[in-house]
Write a protein that binds this ligand. Structure first.
Ligand SMILES: Nc1ncnc2c1ncn2[C@@H]1O[C@H](COP(=O)(O)OP(=O)(O)OP(=O)(O)O)[C@@H](O)[C@H]1O
Ligand SMILES: [Mg+2]
Length: 480
């Protein structure tokens, strides 16, 4: 509520209240004192008069000089203008002298008011009552003083009122500038830059506020302008950038399509190299046998053809698999895991026919899994091929590549362990990078990169490596 009243009104109301209270209290005390003072002096004057005339009247009465008394009293009445009523009685209540200017209409009140005096006249020697005087003083002077007082009070209030009005006018004037400033600010819109404040010449607080606001508004205006310019510039830049991005995006889409194609072709080529050379090897074996004039055993011929046919099926499957890998949406198949490992091993067997490498699966029990069979076979074959490669140029007895499966809580771990050359510590972190290979012309460096991608993407799993001079183990962990 108090916050709804303007400061201006609050100041005015407080000053009026304060002034009125101070003036009223002061006036009240002052007039009270004056009246009391006046009454006191009046009373002492009256007492003095009575005390002066009583002995003379007493003397005249006791001497029987009534005429002298009358003369004396007339003189006294003449000298005391404020005497309105005078009465002299003897001891028998007989009126000896009476004077009435105007008899008080409400004498009772006047008596109580202290203006009515009734005094016994006593013989100072015999102490005997000689008579009585009743007199009444007019309260005209008192009334005059009272009126004067009221007049003074009124004029003081009037002056105070005039001063207050003057003060209110001044206050209003002081606030007028602030109100003007306020209405300017209410209508101010930085977008329109519609505030044109003149510099205030005032040096007081209002002037300071005015000029501070003026400079603030100027700053806001210039900032708003800057912002506007910046916004326009930004909009332009955003438009340009968007255009650029759209262009780049279409280029990128085209490029990524090409890259996908390229990667697919590289991966297919990688997967095909080994089987193709196996087929070539098998055909040339048959040819050599024929050239040597030896009879080709029917069984051997059928076996070779069966192997070639299997390899060709694998080649064809590889294309399908990679197509699916780049557009993955196919079903998993339930299979016994060692059977799956055997599929991969079968593809590698022709490679090691003339090498003394013990490539085998160590099985303890049947474990069934739901997997994308061909993808997993590709990955395992890649790792088996790397293991076979690790014996190149290595003279070691009891070369082996062993595959086995470990069951963990939520995962199935396929371990492919060899006792080949091992991997240098500094190469371990680079194994899964694309194109990392230590085989020069004979390696693309895509095998492990591709395998890791397949395991992560299709099997939500991972591939770990443990390697030393004694050999290497790859551990493929897939979700069960
Ligand atoms: N079992 C392993 N023993 C020793 N080194 C290995 C083994 N497996 C992988 N490596 C190392 O990791 C590198 C990367 O293997 P990756 O299969 O990705 O490519 P690559 O075998 O060189 O080429 P590609 O697979 O195209 O023939 C290999 O060049 C080799 O140095
Ligand atoms: Mg490889």
């Amino acid at each position: 509520m108090i916050h709804k009243i303007s400061i201006e009104l609050k100041i005015i109301i407080s000053i009026i209240l304060f002034t009125m209270i101070v003036v009223s209290v002061d006036r009240y005390q002052f007039s009270n004192n004056t009246m009391q003072q006046f009454m006191k002096s009046k009373k002492s004057k009256n007492d003095l008069l009575i005390n002066t005339i009583i002995p003379i009247i007493a003397l005249n009465i006791s001497l029987g000089l009534e005429g002298a008394n009358q003369e004396y009293l007339q003189q006294i009445i003449k000298q005391n203008d404020d005497l309105e009523f005078f009465e002299l009685k003897d001891a028998n209540q007989k009126i000896l002298y009476t004077y009435t200017k105007t008899f008080p209409q409400n004498s009772h009140q006047k008596i109580n008011g202290g203006n009515f005096y009734s005094k016994k006249i006593v013989d100072s020697i015999s102490n005997e009552q000689l008579g009585l005087i009743n007199l009444h003083f007019s309260d005209k002077e008192f009334q005059e003083v009272k009126e004067k007082n009221i007049e003074t009070t009124l004029s003081i209030f009037l002056i105070t009122l005039i001063l207050l009005i003057l003060f209110i006018v001044i206050i209003k004037r002081e606030f007028r500038d602030l109100k003007k400033l306020n209405s300017y600010l209410v209508n101010y819109d930085p977008k329109l830059n519609n505030l044109t404040l003149a510099h205030s010449q005032r040096e007081d607080e209002v002037g300071v506020i005015h000029n501070t606001i003026k400079s603030m508004v100027e700053k806001i205006n210039s900032h708003a302008q800057d912002l506007d310019e910046m916004n326009q510039l930004l909009e332009k830049k955003v438009l340009e950038r968007t255009k650029e991005l759209i262009q780049k995006d279409s280029i990128l889409t085209a490029q990524s399509k090409q890259a996908v194609m390229g990667e697919m072709i590289k991966m297919i080529a990688h997967q095909w190299r080994q089987p193709l050379s196996t087929i070539t090897l098998q055909i040339s074996n048959l040819e050599i046998t024929k050239m040597l004039g030896k009879v080709i055993d029917k069984r051997q011929e059928e076996e070779t053809l069966r192997q070639i046919s299997n390899t060709i099926v694998y080649l064809s499957d590889t294309i399908d698999d990679f197509q699916k890998y780049f557009h993955p949406e196919k079903e998993t198949t339930r299979i016994e895991i060692h059977e799956l490992l055997q599929k991969a091993v079968n593809f590698a067997i022709p490679r090691i026919e003339r090498q003394a490498i013990d490539l085998k699966i160590l099985k303890s029990k049947d474990i069934y899994v739901n997997v994308y069979i061909n993808e997993l076979v590709q990955v395992i074959l890649n790792i088996i091929n790397n293991a076979i490669d690790s014996f190149v140029g290595l003279h070691r007895e009891d070369k082996f590549v062993h595959l086995y499966v470990k069951e963990e809580k939520n995962t199935l771990q396929i371990v492919i362990a060899d006792n080949g050359c091992g991997i240098l510590e500094e190469n371990i972190t680079k194994l899964f990078e694309p194109y990392f290979s230590t085989k020069g012309k004979n390696g693309t460096g895509l095998g492990l990169y591709m395998s890791q991608k397949i395991i992560e993407k299709q099997f939500d799993g991972k591939i770990d490596v443990v390697s030393s001079k004694e050999g290497t183990s790859f551990i493929i962990a897939i979700r069960r």
